[in-house]
Design a protein around this ligand. Structure first.
Ligand SMILES: [Zn+2]
Length: 218
């Protein structure tokens, strides 16, 4: 399985879309233009593909009625953290937190973003610094041959975990069996309103090969 060069078969997101509105529910959605992929994914998740978006009728959605998916992540390179700041002229700052990634002339040069996520977040809040764009490419553990899905997130909390996950993936050294899950976080605002949101998390469970050998994945 050499997934890196293979095209992405679809996107992944969370929450449920109902009447065009996104409901904050702990469920994953997989979106693909491939009827075959949608069918395979729906069959392992025990559901049916749906055509939800009137604007893009060729896009099929498969909703996993659960907060966690067993996934295969081939190597740490499948999880990338970029930072982007847009202004009226377009992409004004594009980096990885340390060096510029674009435009080509600046690529590789220090971008002057602060070293810690806390400082970066404070700058972004003031509109002075870029926001995270984290991308994870994965395969579903139950149907890895269908192809790779892409999960993109602008969550600071998810971005903060990227380095740790990449280290764990590097430690495994081989393709890894992981869990892509949604953690419910609840807190009270200053005016005592209770707020609940879902935070994406990746748990590295171990090497794909050893888990397959033990029959933990089929
Ligand atoms: Zn930067």
């Amino acid at each position: 399985m050499s997934g890196a060069a293979e095209p992405v078969i679809g996107d992944c997101d969370f929450g449920r879309i109902l009447d065009g509105k996104l409901l904050a529910q702990p469920v994953w959605r997989l979106l693909t233009m491939s009827p075959q992929a949608a069918k395979s994914v729906a069959s392992v998740l025990g559901t049916e593909p749906q055509q939800r978006l009137a604007t893009s009728p060729e896009q099929l959605e498969v909703v996993a009625e659960k907060a966690s998916l067993r996934v295969l992540i081939e190597d740490p390179g499948r999880l990338t953290a970029q930072m982007k700041l847009w202004d009226s002229r377009g992409l004004a700052h594009h980096c990885d937190g340390r060096v510029f990634l674009s435009p080509e002339a600046d690529a590789g040069h220090p971008c002057a973003c602060p070293p810690t996520m806390v400082e970066r977040r404070a700058r972004a809040r003031r509109g002075q610094g870029p926001q995270p764009v984290t991308t994870l490419l994965f395969r579903l553990a139950e149907c890895p041959d269908v192809g790779s899905f892409r999960f993109r997130s602008s969550s600071w909390r998810f971005a903060e975990t990227v380095e740790g996950i990449r280290t764990q993936l590097a430690t495994v050294g081989d393709p890894a069996l992981c869990e892509l899950a949604l953690q419910s976080v609840e807190f009270a605002t200053q005016n005592s309103r209770r707020v609940c949101y879902h935070k994406p998390v990746v748990r590295v469970l171990g090497s794909w090969a050893s888990n397959s050998a033990m029959g933990l994945v089929t």
